[in-house]
Design a protein. Structure first.
Length: 196
């Protein structure tokens, strides 16, 4: 009898807790983030080349709305209340295009497939890893530039950014800086090709 009364009291108590949460509406708000654009402003110049960016290829574990970080022993943490406001691949391409536009003012940067635009060079990027762990962000990519069907260069980049700010805004900022630095490497290679 005492056990039955205990179960009834336990159920009643749980109902009070649940109804209290529903009345107060106390739950963690979900926050949404986008990778930040580079801060400089591009100069307007006459267009000499058109560069097409193929959709970036991400590892499967990153292709999700939650911001992903790595914990000890390579455990993956999905931030349920800190999410991307756009697919990470779209944000990656957007920041990359903005970074290239800033550094190559005489080139038109377009996303592929591009209709009614003749592309002079195509950029393809495979992200091998985009790790956020403790106080650092590590971006590992393979990328190549093609003219028609001819590969002009194939390179592997390793970029590391320190997460200086706290929390998820700092993580997002570091990830954005890493993508912008990749844009700087690619822009330098494209500029060198033009000077050959």
């Amino acid at each position: 009898m005492k056990l039955k009364r205990f179960h009834l009291l336990l159920i009643f108590g749980l109902q009070l807790v649940i109804s209290g949460c529903m009345v107060t509406g106390e739950s963690l708000p979900t926050r949404f983030y986008i990778l930040p654009n580079p801060t400089s402003v591009a100069e307007i110049a006459s267009i000499r080349k058109v560069i097409g960016i193929a959709p970036v290829k991400l590892p499967r574990y990153l292709d999700r709305p939650q911001i992903v970080t790595l914990e000890e022993d390579d455990r993956v943490h999905l931030a349920e209340f800190h999410r991307w406001a756009e697919p990470l691949a779209d944000g990656f391409n957007r920041i990359l295009a903005a970074g290239l536009t800033l550094r190559l003012p005489q080139s038109l940067i377009v996303s592929l497939p591009a209709r009614q635009v003749k592309v002079d060079r195509t950029l393809e990027i495979q992200v091998r890893d985009f790790q956020v762990r403790e106080d650092r962000c590590l971006l590992l990519t393979d990328w190549r530039l093609q003219s028609g069907r001819t590969t002009q260069t194939w390179q592997r980049s390793t970029l590391e950014e320190t997460i200086s700010e706290g929390g998820y805004p700092g993580i997002v900022s570091a990830m954005g800086r890493a993508v912008d630095r990749l844009a700087g490497q690619i822009a330098a290679e494209l500029a060198a090709m033009e000077n050959q």
